[in-house]
Design a protein around this ligand. Structure first.
Ligand code: APR
Length: 280
């Protein structure tokens, strides 16, 4: 390839190469890593996009700094900002995107090794990716418990608290600790399922990273766990992490939904993908 090959030719050539690698049956264990960027077209803001990102729109909570809303030490002192925001974050009336459906399609074709997601919106599950194929690295709203004694807290009382923007406290009177959904706050440990599976990318024969700034550790190191000869495809508005540093890295620097449609089309799966998404 000479230096004056226009980038889009490079991009389409490398996308074709990835599609051929898949169609030739050489990608059977695809590891997928996702972040908030795959849910923005569903109407859920991501965190760090300028202007539209959640962290650029928290002035009303009067925080010392934006990420404090998800910081466990700040939460202990002042849980109200989180519970003010929780109502907007709580999973409910969002439809999965075609990018979520693309992951489901990989699973249906028996090609998905594992999905690592940082998202707490549960849209992967709603799109049809089975529970045992998903590692929710930053937890989810599925359960809640007391941050002191870890006693679980009833779902119905949690939903009532979220609706009323009130702060639920532990039902054990002698404890009276604060209750929090089991989403991973800054300063908290990731779930064991993440650590049990964090070397799994070594077994992958293709890695697809979508919709994440790769700024939060230890999730951000997952793509490095892939072996050198494993091609890594980034579908993201901007180049992130160390993606692009290896010879077999392929960068599709554009909207996720557009990128997965291009890849599906190159694999001859576009019609199948569109009809799968249409049923979601
Ligand atoms: N298509 C492609 N890329 C997109 C799209 C889109 N429609 N929308 C946003 N992006 C890109 C952004 O350019 C950015 O690179 O997705 C990335 C989103 O990055 P973040 O907002 O930082 O979200 P994420 O990487 O998931 O954040 C990681 O930070 O606050 C913590 O725990 C929280 O899980 C979250 C973690």
């Amino acid at each position: 390839v000479d230096e004056n090959t226009p980038p889009e030719t490079l991009e389409s050539r490398s996308l074709e190469a990835i599609a051929k690698y898949i169609k030739d049956g050489r990608a059977k264990r695809i590891v997928v890593m996702t972040g908030a960027g795959i849910s923005t077209s569903a109407g859920i803001p991501d965190f760090r996009s300028p202007d539209t990102g959640l962290y650029a729109n928290l002035q009303r909570l009067d925080l010392p700094y934006a990420e404090a809303v998800f910081d466990i030490n700040y939460f202990r002192k002042n849980p109200l900002p989180f519970y003010t925001l929780a109502q907007e974050l709580y999973p409910g009336s969002y439809r999965p995107t075609i990018t979520h459906s693309f992951i489901t399609l990989l699973y249906q074709k028996g090609l998905l090794l594992k999905l690592f997601t940082q998202n707490i919106d549960c849209l992967e599950r709603e799109a049809g990716v089975p529970d045992d194929m998903i590692i929710e690295a930053h937890g989810s709203f599925a359960r809640q418990c007391c941050i002191d004694c870890k006693a679980s807290y009833p779902d119905d009382l949690m939903q009532k608290a979220i609706k009323e923007k009130s702060v639920p406290t532990c039902q054990k009177t002698e404890c009276n600790g604060l209750v929090k959904p089991e989403i991973v706050f800054f300063g908290e440990q990731l779930p064991n399922s993440f650590f049990r599976n964090r070397f799994l990318p070594e077994d992958a024969d293709l890695c697809i990273v979508m919709g994440t700034s790769l700024t939060v550790q230890p999730f951000a190191s997952l793509p490095q766990a892939c072996r050198d000869r494993t091609p890594r495809l980034l579908i993201n508005s901007e180049q992130v992490g160390l993606l692009g540093s290896r010879a077999d890295d392929v960068l599709l620097l554009e909207d996720c939904d557009t990128g997965v449609r291009k890849l599906a089309e190159a694999c001859g799966w576009l019609e199948e993908l569109e009809s799968l998404w249409a049923m979601t």
